[in-house]
Design a protein around this ligand. Structure first.
Ligand code: BGC
Length: 452
C-alpha cells in the first residue's frame, strides 16, 4: 500500500473509557457516571470508576505508544476535570494532567489530536437540561476556549465533538447511552445544539488567535444499504441515512438541514430550536473532518414501535437494521465489510465536493481472545480496512487512527468487549500487547521505509 508523505498513523482513545480516577483531583460526575450507576444501564453493572486507570498509568501508556511507533495519538479531555460545575470555576489540576500528557507525547515526536467532547457532559449541566438546552452550546464553547487557551502551545489539532449522532439520538432518543432519555423533540434539539456548540467552539478557539491551529469534528459514517430494492426498503434506508449522516453533514458542509429530516419528524417537533443565523455558525469552515467507520447498516422497512406518530422518539423511524448479509461478523456482531469504508469516504466527498481534508479517526474491532493474544482476525480486519481507505479515490485522506490503543469501557457493553491493540487485565491493570499491536508497528515502519 502507499500513502502520501506526511500521512499520520495513529491510535485513539477517550477519557471516560480509559482514565478511571473518577473522583480525583476535583473531577465532578459526568452523565456517564450517573448513567452507569443506574441498575441495568450498563452490562454487568460496570462503570468507568477505574477503567484502564490511565489517569495514573499514562507514562506507561505513552511508552507503549512510542514503541508502537505512531505519528499521532487521539485522546479526549474530560470536561468535568476542567470545569467541575460545567462552567465557571476552572480546575487547574485537570488542565495540568492533559498538559503533562501532551508534553510527554510531543517530546517523543507524537502529535496529540485532542477531542473536546467524547460523550461525557458534566452532570451539573445535564441537570440544567443538558444538550436539549441551547445554553449548553454556549457553555461548550466557553469550555473549548478555556482548554484551547491553556494548551494551544502543546496541541494544534482539535476535534470539537465526537459523533454527535450518538450523543443526541442514542443518548436522548434511544436511551441506550447517557443520559438514557427517550425523547423526540429533546433528542433532535440535542443534535442541533451539539452542532451549534461545535460551530461556536471553533469560532471561540479561533478568536484566541494562536498560530497554526486546526479544527475539525468527528462523525460516524455508516453507509446504509436497503435489504431489497423495494420502494419501502429504499425509503427506510434513506430515513436511516438522513438521521445518522445527513442530519449532520448537510448543515456542516452544505449550509442546510435536509428537507427529509423536517418531514420525518414534523409530528414530534416544530424545530423551534433552530434559530436564524445558526446555520452560518454550524457551517464555520473546518480544517479537517474526522470519519469513524465500523460497519454498514442494512436497512429494511419495519413498523414503528410507537403507533402514535406524536409520541415517537427520534430513534423510532420505522426501520429494522438486524437483517444482515451473509458476511463474517466481529465479536460485536457487526458485519465485516471493508468496502463500506471506501464508500463512506467517497460518498461524503461526492456529496460535498468542497469537503476539507479527511482523517479516519476511528476504525477497529472486537474478537474473542486466545490465551496468547494472537488476534489474527483483528490483523486481517485492520489490513483490509486500511486498504479500503487507500482505495477511496479523490478523497484527501491525511491519516488513519485505529480504535483503540487499549481495551476500555465500551459504553453500555461495559468491559465485556475489547477493542484494544493492547490487552488490559482489569484485575491487575497489566498491559499485554496483542499480535495486532506488533503487526501495526511493522506496518507503520514499512510505510515509513517505503516513503523514504
Ligand atoms: C465511539 C467509541 C466506541 C467505538 C466502538 C465509536 O462510536 O467513538 O467511543 O468505543 O465506537 O463502539
Amino acid at each position: 500500500m502507499s500513502f502520501p508523505d506526511g500521512f499520520r498513523w495513529g491510535v485513539a482513545t477517550s477519557a471516560y473509557q480509559i482514565e478511571g480516577a473518577a473522583r480525583l483531583d476535583g473531577r465532578s460526575p459526568s452523565i456517564w457516571d450517573t448513567f452507569a450507576a443506574v441498575p441495568g444501564a450498563v452490562a454487568n453493572g460496570d462503570t468507568g470508576d477505574v477503567a484502564a486507570d490511565h489517569y495514573h498509568r499514562w507514562p506507561e501508556d505513552v511508552r507503549l505508544l512510542v514503541d508502537l511507533g505512531v505519528d499521532a495519538y487521539r485522546f479526549s479531555i474530560s470536561w468535568s476535570r476542567i470545569l467541575p460545575e460545567g462552567r465557571g470555576r476552572v480546575e487547574q489540576r485537570g488542565l495540568d494532567f492533559y498538559r503533562r500528557l501532551a508534553e510527554a507525547l510531543l517530546s517523543k515526536g507524537i502529535e496529540p489530536f485532542v477531542t473536546l467532547y467524547h460523550w461525557d457532559l458534566p452532570q451539573a449541566l445535564e441537570d440544567l437540561g443538558g444538550w436539549r438546552s441551547r445554553d449548553t452550546s454556549g457553555w461548550f464553547a466557553d469550555y473549548a476556549a478555556t482548554v484551547h487557551e491553556a494548551l494551544n502551545d502543546v496541541v494544534t489539532k482539535w476535534v470539537t465533538v465526537n459523533e454527535p449522532y450518538c450523543s443526541s439520538i442514542v443518548g436522548y432518543g434511544e436511551g441506550r447511552h447517557a443520559p438514557g432519555a427517550r425523547e423526540g423533540h429533546g433528542a433532535l434539539a440535542a443534535a442541533h445544539h451539539l452542532l451549534l456548540g461545535h460551530g461556536l467552539a471553533v469560532q471561540a478557539m479561533r478568536a484566541n488567535g494562536a498560530p497554526g491551529q486546526e479544527f475539525g469534528i468527528v462523525l460516524n459514517q455508516s453507509p446504509t444499504v436497503p435489504v431489497t430494492d423495494s420502494p419501502a426498503d429504499v425509503a427506510a434506508a434513506s430515513r436511516q441515512d438522513c438521521l445518522l449522516r445527513r442530519q449532520f453533514t448537510d448543515p456542516l458542509f452544505g449550509g442546510a438541514y435536509p428537507d427529509e429530516l423536517t418531514s420525518m419528524f414534523g409530528a414530534i417537533t416544530d424545530f423551534s430550536f433552530r434559530h436564524d443565523g445558526d446555520l452560518a455558525i454550524i457551517g464555520e469552515p473546518l480544517d479537517y473532518v474526522g470519519l469513524n467507520y465500523y460497519y454498514r447498516l442494512h436497512v429494511a422497512d419495519a413498523p414503528h414501535r410507537e403507533p402514535d406518530p406524536a409520541k415517537r422518539t427520534a430513534h423510532d423511524i420505522g426501520v429494522d437494521t438486524t437483517r444482515l448479509p451473509d458476511v463474517p461478523r466481529t465479536g460485536m456482531g457487526w458485519p465485516v465489510e471493508p468496502a463500506g469504508l471506501t464508500i463512506a469516504l467517497t460518498d461524503l466527498k461526492a456529496r460535498h465536493p468542497d469537503l476539507p481534508p479527511v482523517y479516519v479517526t476511528e476504525n477497529g474491532c472486537v474478537y474473542p481472545d486466545t490465551e496468547t493474544f494472537e488476534d489474527h482476525d483483528r490483523i486481517v480486519f485492520l489490513r483490509d480496512h486500511i486498504a479500503a481507505a487507500e482505495a477511496a479515490a479523490g478523497v484527501d485522506l491525511r491519516g488513519y487512527f485505529c480504535w483503540s490503543l487499549l481495551d476500555n469501557f465500551e459504553w453500555a457493553h461495559g468491559y465485556k468487549h475489547r477493542f484494544g491493540l493492547i490487552h488490559v487485565d482489569y484485575a491487575t491493570q497489566k498491559r499485554t500487547p496483542r499480535a495486532s499491536y506488533h503487526w501495526y508497528r511493522s506496518f507503520i515502519e514499512a510505510q515509513r521505509t517505503q516513503g523514504r
